[in-house]
Design a binder for this molecule. Structure first.
Ligand code: PCA
Length: 221
């Protein structure tokens, strides 16, 4: 049985009801085939996210990590291919605190890339009628902060864990009151997240099979 860590975020700013939190809670209630699911919802807080990933990775050794957050104003599901070593020193978190510098880690790499090849996943989503794109910027707030830390921890711990950040559009409940932004219904967000998670679990198996049987080696019998 594979082990997956699924993370989301709580409220922040005008996002009074973060769909990432509700998706994590919904998938926690419905088993995913051949997968032990571990879930975590972070407050949108530098203090809480910082240091969380080395501990979670060491405790659970997940095969895959799927991280969720909302990007209000986005109409498509965004597959984030990298976490950047940058922060916005003007942006307060939900505890009213700011990150003091414009980099996350003064001694850290400029960016970390996901190990997943994302084009086939984007295409698979589009074939199902789901608007999806590959992004090279998860912003400079907590989603990027968390993704950078997760990818950095995986690299530092020399783990084979596949990690992806999925930025979600807003759903019906994300922002209280009327907002002029695209909405993707919650049920579609849950099913899209489930599909991405299942795809990651399968993609990892395929990658290991390829590594076990390189293309120039005799075909396995
Ligand atoms: N979105 C924010 C932080 C938490 C969330 O859901 C972001 O895009 O950085």
């Amino acid at each position: 049985m594979k082990r997956a860590l699924l993370t989301g975020f709580g409220p922040f700013g005008t996002v009074t009801d973060n769909p990432s939190q509700r998706i994590v809670e919904a998938l926690n209630q419905t088993p995913i085939e051949r997968c032990q699911l571990i879930t975590e919802v972070f407050p949108v807080s530098y203090h809480h996210v910082r240091g969380a990933f080395p501990a979670l990775l060491a405790e659970y050794s997940p095969d895959v990590v799927l991280m969720l957050g909302v990007a209000v104003g986005e109409s498509r599901f965004r597959l984030e291919q990298m976490g950047h070593n940058r922060a916005d020193p003007c942006a307060s978190d939900c505890e009213g605190r700011r990150w003091k510098t414009s980099v996350i880690d003064l001694a850290g790499a400029d960016f970390y890339l996901t190990g997943l090849v994302l084009a086939p996943l984007r295409d698979a989503l589009r074939e199902r009628g789901i608007a999806a794109c590959i992004s090279d910027s998860p912003g400079s707030y907590l989603c990027n902060f968390a993704y950078y830390h997760a990818l950095q921890a995986i690299a530092n711990m020399r783990m084979t864990t596949e990690c992806l950040f999925l930025h979600l559009p807003a759903d019906e409940r994300t922002v209280s009151g009327s907002g002029d932004h695209p909405i993707v219904p919650f049920h579609q967000q849950v099913e899209t997240t489930r599909f991405v998670l299942q795809w990651m679990l399968t993609a990892q198996r395929d990658r290991f099979q390829k590594e076990d049987f390189p293309h120039n080696a005799p075909a396995p019998r």
